[in-house]
Design a protein around this ligand. Structure first.
Ligand code: DON
Length: 306
């Protein structure tokens, strides 16, 4: 579809989503996120030139959580090439994002870079490559979003650290297979800081723009080859919403990455990027209103990869 009144579409979606009966529950396994009202809602679309349309709370920062896994993956591939794929697979896991069960059968190699085990390997490599994975990620996100104020929410990071037994188990288990290079406490500290980054829908849509621009950053320089950008988009499509990735592809028809803060980033290659935020989650950890809003967006505009 060539001419779409994006602002009108976003406003229609906000009205429709406002009337949704069930909105899910905010993440309660990270206590600092548990109190967020599941009815909050914002959505933004950023075009290839960085122009942003938004509706609702599209400029309100929230906890990016697993959405940050897209950016750490891109940074590791950009700095180190395809060697990463010897340590992390590219298949959907069909299991919850924090599941341990496949790791033993598969020799400590996580199924994909978006489940927690895979993201821990990616952050481990980014830490080895940069000496400060969190700051490297923040620098990138600030540059791409044009927002110099982005930062960690240390209360959320501390809350996750205090309840981080599952991620610690994943990291130690992979370390026993030699698939983690940093000391596990160092890795976990970087991973929890990474997940705690606060960004708005506008920030996240802009920061993911390189995936719609086939690998080009906001300043026109190249982060990834066209082929690498395609590959990340493909892994987002197949693995970005975990054991709901099939349903997400069916409903939305775009590469997408969710986070338990209630955000979802989706990419329309060659056209732009979307970010939606609503903290009420379904049982698989994806925003209920967020998926519904993206479903309506691609239905109303035809802006899908299919
Ligand atoms: O490691 C965790 O469990 C969280 N910091 C991130 C999980 C997450 O966002 C899953 N996404 N839907």
């Amino acid at each position: 579809m060539v001419n779409v009144d994006l602002q009108a579409v976003l406003e229609q979606i906000a009205d429709e989503v406002g009337a949704l009966p069930g909105r899910g529950h905010s993440a309660d396994y990270i206590p600092a996120l548990a109190g967020v009202d599941p009815h909050r809602f914002g959505m933004a679309f950023a075009d290839l030139d960085g122009r942003v349309h938004g509706v609702g709370e599209w400029q309100v920062p929230f906890s990016a959580q697993s959405i940050t896994k897209v950016f750490t993956l891109a940074l590791v591939l950009a700095k180190d090439g395809t060697g990463l794929w010897e340590s992390v697979g590219r298949e959907p896991s069909g299991n919850p994002f924090n599941s341990l069960v496949q790791l033993e059968y598969e020799n400590g190699i996580p199924r994909n870079p978006f489940i927690n085990a895979g993201a821990l390997v990616v952050t481990d490599r980014l830490q080895s490559l940069t000496g400060d994975a969190g700051e490297d990620l923040l620098d990138f996100l600030r540059a791409e979003s044009g927002n110099p104020d982005l930062g960690f929410d240390l209360e959320v990071a501390a809350s996750e650290t205090a309840h981080g037994d599952r991620n610690a188990a994943l990291a130690h288990f992979m370390a026993s297979y030699g698939n983690i290079r940093q000391p596990v406490p160092t890795l976990l500290a970087h991973y929890f800081r990474q997940c705690s980054i606060e960004m708005s829908c506008a920030d996240l849509a802009l920061a993911a723009g390189f995936l719609a621009r086939h690998g080009l950053r906001a300043d026109g320089s190249r982060l990834l080859t066209r082929s690498e950008a395609k590959q990340i988009n493909a892994v987002m499509m197949t693995c970005g919403t975990y054991d709901a990735a099939g349903e997400f592809a069916y409903r939305v028809g775009l590469p997408g990455k969710s986070g338990v803060g209630g955000g979802i980033v989706a990419v329309v290659p060659g056209r732009g990027t979307l970010c939606v935020w609503s903290p009420g989650l379904d049982e698989r950890g994806n925003s209920v209103a967020g998926v519904a809003a993206l479903d309506r967006f691609t239905t109303l505009t035809g802006l899908s990869v299919f």
